[in-house]
Design a protein around this ligand. Structure first.
Ligand code: ATP
Length: 234
């Protein structure tokens, strides 16, 4: 569904992503995991059209390299950025509705889609009139995912959804990720939390210093000594 070939990202002299190749098949959760500064966010930002890169990105066989960020969203590739980036001065409801801004759909359809989001995140319905900025970290992460889902993505890209959250909240977020996968969505999950990422992923890529070091089925990586030692604290 999404094919990334020889992706390179430079920030002046810094070569942040080096010849990255990655394949995401329909219905899969693939995780791109690695430590601080490994090049995970740069890869997602490149796919989203937010930063300059070289290489080729194909979505269902079509090159999307030259598209603008909003055209990429319209194609169905939607990112939940690191740090959530919700609109703090807008209500929960307004934040969610903004997720549908690129789509030309009636209010009736939007209302139905909101219901689906509220089913997934009852807390967002309870708090729909609350300002986004006053929600807790976990609630803001739910809001950011809900807002992305309002864009009816074909591929959802999550950048470190567990960052800065208490373990119990992380557990909730990952339960939701599993549910979304169950609805047939294809997910590219960027994580430092390798244990969590491997627990939901079908396949995983490990990035170190901008380069893919390992890639395999998640369950195989879980059992490898080098992954255990470097990423799972074992
Ligand atoms: P983290 O988990 O800490 O967010 P990451 O794996 O997402 O890390 P990136 O944010 O992609 O890593 O960063 C990769 C490298 O590129 C790092 O060395 C970082 O310092 C550098 N980098 C990222 N953004 C910029 C920028 N705007 N200008 C210069 N260097 C940057």
């Amino acid at each position: 569904m999404l094919t990334i070939k020889n992706l390179n990202v430079f920030y002046n002299q810094i070569h942040a992503v080096k010849d990255l190749n990655l394949e995401l098949n329909k219905g899969e959760i693939v995780t791109l995991m690695g430590s601080n500064g490994a090049g995970k966010s740069s890869s997602l930002n490149a796919i989203s059209g937010l930063i300059k890169f070289s290489g080729s990105i194909l979505f269902n066989g079509d090159e999307i390299n030259k598209l603008s960020p909003d055209q990429i969203v319209k194609k169905g590739i939607v990112m939940v950025p690191e740090g959530r980036r919700i609109f703090p001065k807008l209500t929960v409801l307004e934040n969610l509705l903004l997720g549908a801004y690129t789509r030309n759909v009636t209010n009736n359809i939007k209302a139905k889609e909101l219901e689906e989001i509220f089913e997934l995140f009852p807390r967002l319905e309870e708090r729909k009139r609350q300002l986004g900025g006053t929600m807790s970290g976990g609630e803001q992460q739910m809001l950011a995912i809900g807002r992305a889902l309002m864009g009816k993505p074909k591929v959802l890209m999550l950048d470190e959804p567990s960052m800065g959250l208490a373990p119990i909240v992380v557990k909730d977020i990952y339960e939701t990720i599993k549910k979304i996968k169950g609805q047939g969505l294809t997910i590219l999950l960027v994580e430092q939390n390798a244990k969590k990422a491997l627990s939901v992923a079908d396949r995983a890529y490990v990035i170190e210093n901008g380069q893919i070091k390992y890639h395999d089925e998640a369950r195989n990586l879980l059992e490898q000594d080098v992954i255990q030692k470097a990423y799972l604290g074992g």
